[in-house]
Design a protein around this ligand. Structure first.
Ligand code: ADP
Ligand code: MG
Length: 445
């Protein structure tokens, strides 16, 4: 039996009135694999625990197969949870760990056939007689999966089940989880902060930020048409380049987006999307360029729709099959808060703390966790209060992916061709304006 899970305007408020999940609505189809993706602390586990019945729903409705389910006990929901810390009983063998929930549910039935069938499915027959202390991390997580599967649950709820494992094992188990859940056809809600995991596993991905759903869609649509800069920056690797620009739309000349010292000249005739940018004339916008939108090539080789800028090589990151080149283009990056854990910023601590406290109070009064903007453009004038650039990035830099054959060194000035068909433009508040929303209804939910 598999289940439809629906959340309607679900909120969670802990003590002190802080809303950690804010009016979340999601419809998960029977058999669907939905990933909840977001940075640490954005409320993912809280959502999962509310679905499981381990956490009370403060406001809103949970429905299972259409039936009101807010008050069902966890056991009545028949869902199986898998956690990152494996949570096995140390004094029981693998067999007993897998069989334990079966024995609780049906004390008279013999759990052996189901345990054996599950073990065969997972290829862990030889682990059944060992204790958790005699298993590696990956083996323990397989036994934990076995315990979840053996119960034939109506849904799997997985909370970062792979994050305590090393990279190689993580990839391996990721593939296994994907195969198993599809084979079983059981609705799965999978929580992770790892966008790569989310994109490779999910039928759909729901991106959360500060307890608020930003976007839900197939991995392809979330990548191709991110609703705002937060989603654009959170999904995809290397991270999308976000540069601050200003739209220039003179009455008698070509429309351009200036990027500090350089500009992108929009090709004539203007596409419909680019025409829509006219209303932004003179305003600051955010230009989003994924690494596939920019290539290093001679200006003469520009294809239609490609425009030339230049970049100064700052840093070359060798990755084996490819190279990531960091360029200084003389433009300024847009800073997206909350993408990573905040880093300590040097500066006058007293004033900052007081400002923080005022902000916190305002947010609490507003009753919402972090209703802050998705992007910061208005930096305070003093340099130390400026947010630090994202991890590993230099101010003004543009990261381009290229072949390792190209011999680029620090300090070289290089022509860059920007493919305007792959240009994203976000407005001052970080909402996507280009491509225009709902231009491709089949892609955008
Ligand atoms: P995630 O799983 O996305 O990392 P969580 O759902 O665990 O986030 O937490 C969301 C927010 O709720 C965090 O700010 C966390 O500190 C807060 N929180 C979680 N559990 C409790 C609790 N029992 N009491 C108060 N605050 C909590
Ligand atoms: Mg969590």
């Amino acid at each position: 039996m598999t289940r439809a899970i629906s959340l309607h305007d679900v909120s969670k408020t802990y003590a002190r009135g802080l809303r950690v999940v804010d009016r979340l609505s999601l419809d998960i189809a029977p058999g669907e694999f939905l990933v909840l993706l977001g940075p640490s602390g954005c409320g993912k586990s809280t959502v999962l625990r509310m679905i499981a019945g381990l956490e009370e729903i403060t406001e809103g409705e949970l429905r299972l197969d259409g039936e009101y389910a807010n008050d069902l006990l966890p056991a009545e929901r028949r869902m199986a949870m898998v956690f990152q810390n494996f949570a096995l009983y140390p004094n029981m063998t693998g067999r007993d760990n897998i069989g334990f929930p079966l024995r609780v549910e049906a004390p008279r039935a013999d759990p052996r056939p189901r345990v054996d069938a599950t073990a065969r499915m997972l290829g862990i027959q030889d682990l059944l007689d060992r204790f958790p202390g005699q298993l590696s991390g990956g083996e323990r997580q397989r036994v934990a999966m076995g315990r979840a599967i053996a119960r034939h649950p109506s849904a799997f709820l997985m909370d970062e089940p792979l994050s305590n494992l090393d990279a190689k094992l993580r990839n391996h188990l990721r593939a296994e989880i994907s195969r198993l859940t599809r084979e079983l056809g059981v609705t799965t809600v999978y929580v992770t902060h790892d966008q790569g995991e989310a994109m490779s596993l999910g039928d759909r991905v729901a991106v959360l930020r500060g307890g608020v759903l930003q976007q839900v869609g197939t991995p392809r649509s979330v990548y191709a048409l991110p609703r705002n800069v937060f989603v654009a920056a959170f999904v995809g690797t290397p991270r999308i380049n976000l540069l601050r620009g200003v739209v220039r739309a003179p009455l008698d000349g070509a429309m351009t987006i200036s990027l500090g010292k350089q500009y992108l000249r929009l090709p004539e005739p203007l596409s419909r999307d680019h025409q829509l940018l006219r209303v932004q004339q003179g305003r600051e916008v955010i230009v989003g360029l994924r690494s596939e939108a920019v290539r290093i090539a001679r200006p003469e080789s520009a294809r239609p729709g490609e425009v030339l800028i230049t970049g100064l090589v700052e840093h070359v990151e060798f990755q084996g099959h490819e190279v990531l080149v960091h360029f200084d283009t003389g433009s300024r990056p847009a800073v997206v808060p909350e993408l990573e854990a905040p880093r300590p910023v040097p500066g006058p601590p007293r004033r900052r703390r007081r400002q923080g406290a005022v902000l916190d109070r305002l947010r609490e009064r507003a009753g919402s966790l972090r209703a802050g903007p998705v992007v910061v453009l208005d930096h305070p004038a003093d340099a130390d209060a400026r947010p630090a650039p994202p991890e590993g990035r230099l101010p003004g830099d543009l990261v381009v992916r290229t072949s390792p054959d190209l011999d680029l060194r620090h300090g070289m000035q290089v022509p860059l061709l920007v493919d305007l068909a792959h240009l994203f433009v976000f407005d001052h508040d970080g909402e996507r304006i280009c491509p225009a929303p709902a231009r491709l209804p089949d892609l955008e939910e």
